[in-house]
Design a protein around this ligand. Structure first.
Ligand SMILES: Cc1cc2nc3c(=O)[nH]c(=O)nc-3n(C[C@H](O)[C@H](O)[C@H](O)COP(=O)(O)OP(=O)(O)OC[C@H]3O[C@@H](n4cnc5c(N)ncnc54)[C@H](O)[C@@H]3O)c2cc1C
Length: 475
């Protein structure tokens, strides 16, 4: 089952609540080991909340708080996801980051940050003087005092990552129950019943990976150890013509207020500026605001002045599941057959595979769960090539000769062919709407934002991948 159907009448080994990047990684880990898994989410697609709206950096973990679980899992996740991405074809570009100091005080903290990186097990940072920074980033604003280079920081596609984990879970038999909101739990001796708006789901063990809703699910099990305060991050995405303005991820020196505003290329060939950090009451407040945009433009003007002259392609905002604690809220409750994976704030994309590994290690001794052996050997699914640095189907003459649909461009801004849209619609986890198709193919996410191809793409979603498209659209 990979869609919005009624709750199944069977007992699962594990139910995972939340199909964001973390829940999908966890479902994959259990399904790979032969467990029967239900993966539930309120939304109609995987990765449709925080996991689709972040800054998409594969972090080395150099700047984490040493000694925390987050620090350990980010460092481990960096390795695991880097290796997995190479096998699955997830777009990654190892650009490296420059952490730029904009005043003397910030410059003085660079050696401390280098020491912190070593304490986190990352030994490759290097201090770079202002002249070298200027040479390597000629468009940078005036007045920088040098930088700390973090060569391992990379950019990654967050959408393909979540989809790859979910696809692998489903291929190992996991049941994806989209459109299922967990409203309550009924613990019993041998299992837990999840009450959803689509019926009851019975499982011997439950993992709460509900992101912004993780504290609410935690309370359903009687625990009140943390509450989520959504921390909004707004971002501006600039046109691809801005890409030549920078060579690295340009990070600010972090302060007690957070990681700050960065300028970074994306794997789709754009440049992003953001994010803001605003504590919100509303767990759905993903709108962009005038104040947020003005603040980002101010910061951006200082970092990379020419960026502000470029066209804006789009804006978006995501909500971090911040809590009153400065670490992940992962807790094990074997007596309740329950694990909480909450408060995965601003690094969960990177740490996702390490979190899943942590769970399988910690739960190995739980009765009724045979996790002792290694995961079944399986090649990760090969994901569609949607990164700008990868060869795309429309550039592959051999592929087009075999299947001309890869040569029929539907979205001209992003060069997406009818063949790719057809493949997405026929995939293990097809998109439920145009947003889902965009995350799988890039169709409609270019500079015209679907103005040109939107109707053709909607028709393909509605009528099927082979629906006729007006001749003037496909050229
Ligand atoms: C602005 C911003 C920038 C970031 N930058 C980075 C970065 O550069 N690198 C990085 O590694 N990380 C980054 N992050 C963090 C990363 O995006 C998150 O840590 C990660 O996406 C969290 O994944 P998740 O699966 O825990 O949560 P989510 O993706 O939110 O998934 C949780 C899911 O649970 C579902 N759910 C909730 N309640 C229920 C319920 N009762 N019943 C059923 N389903 C439910 C939701 O619908 C949702 O799909 C950033 C985050 C933000 C907001």
């Amino acid at each position: 089952m990979t869609g919005s159907q009624e709750a199944p009448d069977e007992e699962f080994d594990v139910a995972v609540v939340g199909a964001g990047v973390v829940g999908c990684a966890i479902a994959r880990a259990f399904a790979q080991r032969g467990m029967s898994v239900a993966l539930l989410d309120s939304r109609s697609d995987v990765g449709d909340v925080t996991s689709k709206a972040n800054t998409a950096i594969l972090h080395t973990g150099y700047d984490a708080k040493p000694g925390t679980l987050e620090s350990r899992l980010v460092a481990r996740g960096y390795q695991l996801l880097g290796d997995y991405a190479a096998k699955a074809g997830i777009p990654v570009e190892p650009l490296g980051a420059l952490l730029v100091a904009w005043d003397v005080e910030q410059a003085e903290t660079l050696p401390e940050l280098a020491e912190q990186a070593v304490a986190n097990g990352y030994e490759h940072t290097r201090q770079v003087d202002a002249e070298e920074v200027r040479r390597r980033e000629p468009h940078l604003g005036d007045g920088q005092f040098g930088a700390l280079e973090v060569p391992g920081e990379s950019i990654i596609c967050p959408w393909t990552t979540t989809l790859a984990f979910a696809t692998e879970a489903v291929r190992h038999g996991a049941r994806l129950l989209l459109g299922h909101t967990v409203l309550g739990v009924e613990p019993a001796e041998e299992h837990v019943v999840l009450d959803t708006d689509r019926g009851k789901v019975r499982a011997r063990h439950v993992v709460n990976a509900a992101g912004l809703g993780s504290d609410e699910v935690h309370r359903m099990f009687g625990h009140k150890s943390f509450s989520v305060t959504p921390r909004r991050g707004q971002l501006i995405v600039f046109d691809k013509l801005a890409r030549s303005l920078l060579n690295h991820i340009l990070l600010p020196v972090p302060s007690k207020f957070g990681k700050g505003v960065l300028v970074s290329p994306t794997v789709y060939g754009n440049v992003m500026l953001g994010p803001t950090a605003e504590n919100m009451d509303d767990r759905t407040a993903t709108e962009s605001t005038e104040d947020g945009m003005a603040m980002l433009r101010d910061k951006g003007r200082r970092i990379l002045p020419a960026l502000l002259d470029e066209e804006v392609t789009t804006v978006y905002a995501g909500l971090r599941a911040a809590t009153e604690h400065s670490d992940y809220q992962i807790s094990f409750h074997p007596e309740q057959r329950y694990v909480c994976v909450g408060g995965i704030r601003s690094t969960g994309l990177t740490s996702s595979l390490a979190i899943a590994e942590h769970l399988t290690e910690q739960m190995a001794a739980w009765p009724g769960l045979d996790l002792s052996g290694p995961p079944l050997e399986a090649a990760p699914p090969r994901m569609p090539s949607i990164g700008q640095a990868q060869a795309r189907p429309h550039q592959d003459a051999g592929l087009i000769a075999q299947d001309p649909a890869y040569g029929e461009i539907v979205c001209f801004c992003e060069r997406v062919s009818r063949g790719e849209i057809r493949d997405a619609l026929h995939s293990d986890i097809p998109p439920a709407d145009i947003g889902g198709l965009r995350r799988r193919t890039r169709a409609g996410m270019g500079r015209c934002q679907g103005f040109f191809c939107g109707s053709a793409v909607s028709r393909m979603i509605r009528d099927g991948a082979d629906a006729p498209i007006a001749a003037e659209i496909i050229k």
